[in-house]
Design a protein around this ligand. Structure first.
Ligand SMILES: [Zn+2]
Length: 293
């Protein structure tokens, strides 16, 4: 399945980044490569055009336009790139004023889409990623109280999380099937027979199936952290880790935590005490104590 990594990049004295690796630049601009890229882009345009014909698709596009303050769906194209797999990358940049301790953040989002697949599946991928891209994450990497369990639950069940994304893609799939007879195999088990509704509960259950990873994950998170975790054979796998989502998300949390800790330590060291507002200093110390020691 399709979820972007949140890998983290750089740290500077007065700003740092949390986010995914952006798309790699193209190599030698051979004509064949250009043609392939034009074809891929054309397939993405077709997928957008199909979404525009569906009620649920129009809703998703409207949300994305609103999230990015775009005037038209055409402008959305700049955020959609062909890729080897479908995923949403977000880069969070944190700007920091060392004199006052104030900060503000910016979030840059880019959607990568695997174009080498059936057009119907590309449409579903686009619907799925738009849900992730149009919603701000329900967690704050610098929240001193953030636990890996919170992080995993938010990524799966939170607003704009995996369950919401699969429900949205399957709604699109059902409409597409009704309109054109397209088959939407990947949604089959989430739509009870004779129903036209997608079961969010069934989707959620599948996301928590981790098979052999169950006992290790429960041990590391504490058994109460994810009550729905089950040792049933996994059926949904993260595109980034090739593991069930809770496992991939646990690793992702550890990476984010390492970088957030490093950024915070550097910030504390780099700025002389007297120039950094004292409550900002104590916030950083609190963060380091709870999340990093
Ligand atoms: Zn996803």
């Amino acid at each position: 399945m399709r979820r972007g990594p949140v890998l983290i990049l750089l740290a500077g004295f007065f700003f740092d980044f949390l986010g995914g690796a952006l798309g790699a630049g193209l190599g030698a601009p051979a004509r064949a490569q250009e043609l392939a890229s034009e074809r891929a882009q054309a397939r993405i345009d077709r997928a957008v055009a199909i979404l525009e014909r569906l009620e649920s698709g129009r809703e998703l596009l409207a949300k994305a336009r609103a999230a990015w303050a775009l005037g038209s769906t055409r402008e959305l194209g700049a955020r959609l790139r062909p890729g080897a797999e479908s995923k949403t990358d977000a880069v969070i940049t944190r700007y920091f004023n060392p004199g006052t301790g104030e900060e503000h953040r910016e979030r840059e989002v880019l959607i990568h889409l695997r174009t080498e697949q059936r057009l119907e599946d590309l449409v579903l991928d686009l619907a799925h990623e738009l849900v992730h891209a149009a919603t701000r994450p329900a967690w704050d990497p610098y929240d001193p109280k953030l636990t890996p369990g919170d992080y995993i639950r938010a990524a799966i069940e939170g607003e704009g999380g995996e369950v919401a994304a699969v429900v949205a893609e399957c709604r699109v799939g059902l409409e597409m099937a009704a309109l054109s007879g397209a088959s939407v195999e990947r949604c089959r088990s989430y739509v009870p027979a004779g129903s036209t509704r997608v079961s969010a509960d069934k989707v959620a259950r599948d996301f928590y199936r981790v098979g052999k990873w169950s006992s290790e994950l429960s041990r590391r998170l504490g058994s109460a952290a994810l009550p729905r975790l089950s040792d049933d054979a996994p059926v949904l796998f993260s595109s980034t880790g090739r593991t069930p989502y809770p496992v991939a998300l646990f690793r992702e949390f550890e990476q984010i935590n390492d970088i957030a800790c490093e950024n915070s330590r550097k910030r504390l060291q780099a700025v002389p005490g007297r120039t950094l507002a004292s409550d900002a200093r104590s916030r950083i110390r609190d963060f380091l104590q709870r999340r990093c020691d």
